[in-house]
Design a protein around this ligand. Structure first.
Ligand code: G4P
Length: 191
């Protein structure tokens, strides 16, 4: 998606060979107009997929996901992160390991908001090792619902996540695919 790649080129800060900082438009300040375009792009790609819900993980997934939900005219559910869930009876809970932050998070969704028969579009801001997306997919499947696909704003194609998700059989739609961050420079994968 050209507008997103242009924004990454203009404002993305390469922190290391592994990490891109995009806090001016996605992870701290949010460019709402760009998020609207991103949501519309996801909605166009999934227009025929029968999506009934969008699912993301708080916090940075919420902005693009709410715009996708708006464009698809379906509800957005965001999984909540908690250190340790004690009362699990009415929740779907999965443990997700964050390589980037070196921590384990329990992510939880109320059983009220996912049902068998739902077709769920999973959205996340970054795809690195795929742990967050796989955790959300496990929650969807625990509810007896189906994963329509996984929509990613920024995929780091040089890390293992995209391959892992495709191997697991999921449709993956990434709007920007970064092939390398070496030498302080962002390179995009060829379409
Ligand atoms: P994974 O889910 O694909 O396995 O990725 P990982 O565990 O490595 O990511 C952990 C957190 O770091 C996620 O945010 C993810 O969005 C973010 N992240 C991963 N790579 C990058 C990167 O290159 N740049 C930036 N800015 N973030 C990255 P989170 O913990 O869920 O935080 P938030 O949603 O509350 O912001």
């Amino acid at each position: 998606m050209k507008a997103l790649e242009d924004k990454i080129r203009a404002e993305g800060i390469v922190l290391s060979d592994q990490v891109l900082k995009v806090d001016s438009f996605l992870n701290h300040q949010v460019d709402a107009e760009l998020m609207l375009l991103i949501g519309q792009e996801f909605a166009a790609r999934y227009a025929e997929a029968g999506v009934t819900k969008v699912l993301t993980l708080e916090s940075s997934g919420i902005a693009p996901a709410v715009m996708a939900a708006l464009a698809l005219k379906v509800p957005l559910v965001f999984a909540r992160k908690q250190k340790s869930v004690t009362l699990k009876d009415d929740l779907y809970v999965e443990t997700v390991h964050s390589f980037t932050k070196q921590q384990m998070n329990e992510v939880a969704v109320s059983r009220k908001f996912l049902s068998p028969g739902d077709k769920v579009l999973i959205i996340d801001d970054f795809l690195a090792h795929g742990e967050a997306a796989l955790g959300m997919a496990r929650i969807v499947e625990a509810a007896g619902a189906a994963v329509a696909g996984i929509g990613i704003v920024i995929e780091k194609s040089f890390q293992s996540g995209a391959a892992k998700l495709k191997e697991a059989g999921y449709r993956v739609d990434s709007l920007a695919r970064i092939s390398s961050l070496t030498g302080g420079e962002v390179r995009f994968a060829e379409e």
